[in-house]
Design a protein around this ligand. Sequence first.
Ligand code: ZN
Length: 90
Amino acid sequence: MAEKKYPIRTCVACRREFNKKELLRIVRSNTGEIFIDESGKANGRGAYFCGRKECFAKMVKSKALDRALKESVPDDVYSAIGEVVLERGK
Ligand SMILES: [Zn+2]
């Protein structure tokens, strides 16, 4: 088996594997704050999202992100993620 040269993470919505760098990381910090982690290094429980439009719809509907973070995700966080999805235009 070939050694993986970069970290792989799974999208919470489609469960497909991606290079970590391609994914959006959403974090629930130790103080319970939920935000998009631009640095990819924030402390706390992280969840990854591939940024595709259909995945976003799926994620909102299924509450996959809420389950991954074990916390209900505020609407403004979903809005912020939605904006990234539009920016990426995938
Ligand atoms: Zn996905």
